[in-house]
Design a protein around this ligand. Sequence first.
Ligand code: TXE
Length: 489
Amino acid sequence: MRGLYLAGRWAASDGGGSRLISCPADGTAVRSVVEGSAADATAAVAAARTAFDSGSWAALPEKQRGEMLLRTADLLHRDKARYARAEALDTGKRFVEAEYDIDDVVACFRYYGGIAGTDAGRVVDTGNPHAISRIVYAPVGVCSLITPWNYPLLQVSWKVAPALLAGNTFVLKPSELTPSTAILLMDTLTEAGVPAGVANLVTGSGPEVGAVLASDPRVDMVSFTGGLATGKAIMVAGAATVKKVTLELGGKNPNIIFADADVEAAIDYALTAVFLHSGQVCSAGARLIVDAGLHDRVVDEIVSRAARIRLGGPFDDAAQTGPLISAAHRAKVHAYVEAGVAEGAVLRTGGIIPTDGELSKGFYYPPTVLDGCTRGMTVIREESFGPVMTVETFTSESEAIEIANDTDYGLAGAVWTSDASRAQRVAGALRHGTVWINDYHPYVPQAEWGGFGQSGNGRELGPTGLSEYREIKHIWQNTSPAPQYWFPR
Ligand code: TXE
């Protein structure tokens, strides 16, 4: 049984237990993993601290660390089927989607491996001929990396790759629901040459293991992706020792369709925006905001297509999307739908938990459309993180922008229009970290990802995603020191 990887070795838990991981699609047992204890988390932090303080990892030329990331990418590609299978069984998502995810993980490691050694800081022009002033980078130190269950290895890769490139050591805690690919990754990193103690893993729960990783004084930085409430708790826990904290906490993402949009494309993408991976996507376009004049045409068609989406398990070739991650999560999603209806929304399709046949074995929830929504409703304000589309309407561009920005979050959004000026105007006005124009969901590891408002702090991916794992240092050298006698002799 695995789950605890400390100082380059698989270890037994100190006082912890075990957890059976089962597939959300049908409840079949996947594997037993270590349910780590607080003592395990403390030991992992100690291992990462010792490795960091030895100085040897940070002292390697960045290029060499980059080569290890490139090797990691190659090994992940080699073992793609194994990784995708593990990911599909843990999450219940379709195997083919899990394969896409592993491709994205490979791309992330390749990106960070590829930029190694391309930015060593800068020389500052001080105007002083007797001074050399340089800006250089140093690793932050020991990083706690805490990740969720929706895109398990992808979320891990967005943190692990830049953390390693920058010369940090880390303790990774994947979601207790989906630890399998994080366990596999430890062996892959070791095979790629990452030295003992640099990469450490503790599987287990948030309150037990995560809380230690967020508060241990020997941790310099916490990078977290997950829910808003947990993100706030992590900030509080880190405050005692002023840790650097970066957070990605989801969103309530608007998808705006103007009357001049390519309606067929907008409808097609609106479905993917929110129903992909059954809505368990931080950037899911859950809020459809449509021109009032287009409402009936767009919503009728979306409702009819949503009702035909086929649910099924990872290896069901006919399935178009999978289950939710857990019974508890499904209950939460359903409660949001019920709250919406209670607050006046019109349930157009979905909203009923399947109780017959194969689907009754898993945590399935049907694609659901709530029409006639207004801004004060709970289902508009809070993230359901399920296959739930809400529909709001507008009658002017400024109203569309106002509705889309009326959220505590600010992760992502889209605008559909054939008017290039309007597209740029609206994209510029949206207070969201990613804006798609006539598209939804694409991202590349070269471009930053993260949110405004309560969607989080900091950015992942791109050069900024690397900067988050760096301290910035100014080195000043006086090349010909001579007394100044500010204070007389
Ligand atoms: O997340 P948690 P949950 C949102 C989504 C979802 C909600 C709750 O709306 O419904 O969050 O999901 C660890 N100290 N997102 O409860 O608990 C936990 O073990 C340290 C958005 O599953 O935040 C796991 O590893 N760590 C999202 C990780 O935090 C703690 C993706 C995330 O779990 C901890 C997932 C603690 N006290 C959910 N408590 C996104 N941004 O993409 C828990 N954890």
